[in-house]
Each structure stands twice: as C-alpha cells, then as structure tokens.
Design a protein around this ligand. Structure first.
Ligand code: GLV
Length: 276
C-alpha cells in the first residue's frame, strides 16, 4: 500500500464517503464503469481533478445483447408463453415481425448508439432519443425534450440507457409512461432513479403495460422486501447488463494515463456540469 501522498492516479467504482479527502491532489480519477453518478455531488473530490470514465470498453456489445434478450422476450411473446406454461395453456400468439416492432432507445452515446444500430441491423424499427442531436445509421434519431413525448406514443419496447444526470432523473415519470401505447414493454438498464417504479407497477397491474425487464434500481442491492422481486410481469437482474471487463478496462485506463503524462487528450473525460 503506497503512502497516500504518493498516489497520483485513483481507479475506483464506489469509493466510500471521504475516500478522496486528504489525498494530495491526484492527477486524475478513473471510474471503473461508464456511469459516474457515484463521483459527482461529493465534497471530498476537488472539481479540478480530471474525472475519466470508461467509454465502451466492451460494455456496448454486452448491453446490445441484454437489450436484444429483452426485446425478443416481448416480440417473440416469451413472457406470455411463460404465463401460459404455468397454467398449462397451449395457445400460439399472433406472430409479429422485427419490422413491426417499434423499439425506442433513450440515450445514443457510445453504448446506446451500438444498441440502436445492432437492433436496426436485425430489422427492428428503431428510434433513438438523446439530449442533443445524434446520428446512428438506420435509426430514426430525435432529440430534445419536445421530441420525447410524441415518440413514446409510437413505441412498443422502450429501452432506457441514459446516464443519471439532473435532467434525466425522474424522466420516466407517470405522465410519460402513460404516453406509451397499451401493451408496451420496458427495459431499464440506465439508472434506477430515472423510472417511477410505483407508476410502472400500477400500469402493469392495470394491464396497460405488458412487462418490464429491470437491471437498475434506486437502491442496490434491491431490498429483500421489494414487491418487484415477485411481480409476475417484471423480470429483474442485479445490475449486470453491461459489466466492466477487466482487460479492456485496464487497457483503456493505462492508455489514458499515458496520454495524460504526454499531455495528449484523453477519452472519456467527464464534463461535470453536463453530468457525464
Ligand atoms: C454500469 O452501470 C456502468 O456505469 O458502467
């Protein structure tokens, strides 16, 4: 363990409170993930220390796989066949092609862009939404707050991959969820503070929404008493949609350290005011 005074770089994921206090000005802090919500809004990390997150590092492909699994669950009716199986019902559901399945991806950054392009490449009717303009081949890209609500009304599967920022917290509130067409499904692999879970459960129980695949929660681990665990229309996973893979993550951090030492621009430098 080096003396704290000899620490020039820190790589961390969930640093405890006061972790950075007394470190005499590290040259940079690396987040071991794409999201940096655990590094903002804390008073032990000076705002002039560069904060650098992972960009893709193997996460985009994992996220595309996870989202595809969720989209297929709804498109190929695997959720309905699960219910039917446990009731002993043999009943084919009407077929729906990928082209007839409208998927909306919220967040078109390094991860969301790959997710949207992958689904579009498989023939899904993909729209994407982001805060500022983005372009993804084969994807109908919209941006800005006014564009979101009309888009929700044209969505069969809503996929959230947004980072947690002041403008995305609480984004998927009751009113916006209510804009989704009856029978829509939801995949949340962004952050747990963006989706109103009470509204989600109400809409599922009322039969308005079809189901949800959730990977992120306001409190993690999800408390044992949460009603989400056993909700028949919810499937949940323990924040694993896109995990940090050691080899590409370390490679990216080492390359960024080299660039910092050489005075070159790094990838993944966080704009603290923007929040990612
Ligand atoms: C995971 O949630 C990440 O931000 O990398």
């Amino acid at each position: 363990m080096p003396e704290r005074g000899q620490v020039f770089y820190v790589a961390a994921w969930n640093p405890p409170e006061d972790f950075f206090r007394g470190l005499p000005g590290p040259k940079a802090v690396f987040a071991l993930g794409a999201g940096i919500d655990r590094f903002l809004g804390r008073d032990d990390l000076p705002a002039d220390v560069p904060l650098i997150r992972l960009t893709d590092a193997g996460m985009a492909r994992q996220m595309a796989e996870y989202v595809l699994a969720g989209v297929l669950r709804f498109q190929r009716c695997l959720d309905l066949y699960e219910f039917q199986q446990f009731s002993g019902i043999w009943r084919p559901q009407p077929a729906r092609s990928a082209e007839e399945t409208r998927v909306t991806v919220l967040g078109l950054g390094q991860i969301g862009g790959v997710v949207a392009a992958t689904l579009a490449g498989l023939g899904y009717a993909v729209s994407g939404w982001s805060r500022s303009a983005a372009a993804v081949p084969g994807v109908d890209c919209r941006f800005g707050n006014e564009a979101l609500e009309p888009l929700l009304g044209e969505t069969d599967v809503l996929v959230n991959i947004l980072p947690s920022t002041a403008s995305t917290r609480g984004l998927l509130n009751r009113a916006r969820l209510g804009r989704l067409p009856p029978g829509a499904g939801i995949i949340n692999a962004g952050r747990g503070d963006q989706l109103d879970l009470d509204a989600l459960v109400e809409l599922l129980d009322a039969g308005r929404l079809r189901g949800a695949l959730l990977d992120v929660f306001p409190e993690e681990p999800l408390p044992g008493g949460s009603r989400l665990w056993r909700h028949p229309k919810i499937r949940l996973t323990p924040h694993v949609a896109a995990e940090t893979l050691p080899a590409p993550a370390v490679g990216q951090i080492v390359e960024n350290m080299r660039r910092l030492e050489a005075g070159e621009p790094v990838s993944g430098l966080v704009d603290r005011r923007r929040g990612y």
